[in-house]
Design a protein around this ligand. Sequence first.
Ligand code: 26W
Length: 812
Amino acid sequence: MKLSVKEFVKDFKNQFQSMYAYPYEEGSTEQLYNALGLLIKNYVSSNWKDTRESYIKQSAKQVYYFSMEFLPGRQLKSNTYNLGLLETVSKGLDQLGLSLDELAEAEADPALGNGGLGRLASCFMDSLASMAIPGNGNGIRYQYGLFRQKFVDGYQVELPENWLRYRNVWETRNDKSTCMVRFGGNVWLEENEQGHLEPKYENTLNVLAVPYDTPMVGYKNERVNNLRLWSAEIPVEEESNYLTIDATDPIKEITEALYPDDSNYEGRLLRLKQEYFMVSAGVQSILRHYRKYNMPRKNIPDKVAIHINDTHPALVIPEMMRILIDEEHLSWDQAWEITFKTCSYTNHTILREALEKWPIDMMKELLPRIYMIIEEINNRYVEHMLPLYGERITWQTAILQNGVVNMAHLAVIGSHSVNGVAQLHTDILMNDVLKDFFEIYPERFNNKTNGITQRRWMHLANPDLTQLLDDKIGKAWKSNPAELKVFKGYEKDKQTIKELAEVKLNNKKKLAAHIEKVKGITVDPNAIFDVQIKRLHAYKRQHMNLLHILHRYLEIKQNPSVDYVPRVFIFGAKAAPSYVYAKQIIKVINAVGDLVNNDPDIGNKLKVVFFENYGVSLAEKIIPATDVSEQISLASMEASGTSNMKFMANGALTLATLDGANIEIRDYVGEENMFIFGLTSDEVYEVRGNGSYNARELYQSNSTVKRVLDALINGTILNLEGEGDALFDSLVNYNDEYLVLKDFESYIQAHEAIDALYKDQKEWTRKSLLNIASSAPFSADYTISRYAEDIWKVKPCCPGKLKVQPRNEPMY
Ligand code: 26W
């Protein structure tokens, strides 16, 4: 967009005055932010409208990405940047004595997701718009996001995250497009005058779904897609039925809060309500849109692709069937053909406890018509498969099993494509978790390795690195990440290495200042910044990291002259409120932090920083300042990981097991430019399969392991209330489910190799440079191109006057 600084300044003053009726000089930071945000949204709006119209005019095929979670991060700078106005706005604000960075910090970071899956959805939204692909998000406008985490005495405490308190400038409430979603009651089928069987409903709970639309701004291409988040309200015509405030609770609670668990499925009725609410409103609004243009129903799969982000939105399948059969009067076979050609599904986890299985009784009572349809899908599936595959495979892959609805099975049976999120993960789906399905439908399975948007995670989060890259290799990499590989040519250039080291040091100084400010801990920017930021889960093994810190602490205590390079261990992690073990790990890390940070014998050799309330905004501060990226999950357990890619792109060296996308990182950057340790996935399968692992024996025979584990229970760590014993028990008495002790020695050795390399700063920085230069394949733009070509069959859409990004060909 073209705009002079002068025009911007004038617009901003007018905007402020029209909102608050006094001059901007008197505004609070929040007010100034609101005015700026709304102004930017105004700038976006004509492109938003044009993009929508161009999709309709060209009758372009559109993708609808259904996800229970989105983690967009703050949007002021990203929208301004993608519009091409960052410099103009920044200069204009300077002239007014204001700072863009300061105003940007006033924005609430919408935590409408738990972790990787939600953040991936938002990276994908950014890439869809930037690749000019007609794409829409569909989700829930939770009134409360993921809890705000505080530490009290080292324990996690959860506080409500009321992100909408000061309004959300990016959203537009769209009352014209509401839908009605029905729950419960009785349903039966009656023949109507045309001889169709029509469902009749009585005593249903009717909920109004109100959409709030948010612009998804493409990078300098005038494209603006839509993210539609639904909110539950009482239907206006039924308001008089709700006589007390309490009576409205069953409706309001549907979109009140995000479930804070990303690894443990619990069959909670409210969660099922949320899933159906989002799905039903989304599918209704899509089909209504196409009905308006009188499109033949059988052409729906040529115009619509619906993506199911994990199984949470898998009810899309029966809901689409319901509408096509009950409301559009299609035959079962016609409806099925349309539905399964339209839908595709991504699996994001192999953790058994995370796979959704809803009790049949619950489903029947809450969604009687939907359950009837699921039953029919299941019956037809079983009837079809029995003669072809026999009893075992048929029953093991059925949707209805032992009183539950298996949502992964529903998703696989009702989708034309099933994908994993990294090659190893997809292999595990095909060979283990969904093995029988792979035998039945081999053509449906494919891999789509995750990606990240470099715009947020490099251009905006790391401006100094971006400037350096611009200076050295030109600006083409910004719209064509493949160009990043040109940076490899600088690995031997002393000047570049020096400048790159300065960029990192500068970022570390900024983070050190932030640490001082929020934690009161003084850290040395010349120390190694060693970072693990992600949800807290035993399989991710933050406790292995903790044991290594303890190991170093004990070594230094025993031998003060031990040759360790000073290290700052940085953590950020939320634990699900009901996940007791994860919370115990948090407490022990905090307690070890207190011990280490306050011990005069330790000094700068070791510091531990555990940030509170980890989220997108904090990640943007931490990642550019990281030297070592800890990706230490037990091999086979982490589907992909995406922070691993963000760290790599920002020049951190990865300390990793061969899990998820770490393997692909190694393939691109080379094993010699990272630190790999631990069992491989095959070895993990073997050790766990043959039952040979004996953690107690390892504890008793290995003096390093013994010393560290004993420190958990012998009073070395102060202020514990049994959490050290709990960790000890899980590792020794319950045989160490995630093989922490098994990988521990090789983990320690990898850390020693890190120290050795860090002493050679030039060599370290050379490897850092190679990581940055090899990170292009993890651009979400590529991932999205592959989804678009292989799964959704959608093309970039370019109406006459719009400039469109050159299409990036897959490079590797
Ligand atoms: C029903 C409770 C629940 C909620 C969320 C179960 C599982 C989830 C998600 C699928 C968990 C998740 O976020 N998985 C992560 O997805 C990322 C994006 O693909 C991957 O990079 C991570 O490895 C994976 O853990």
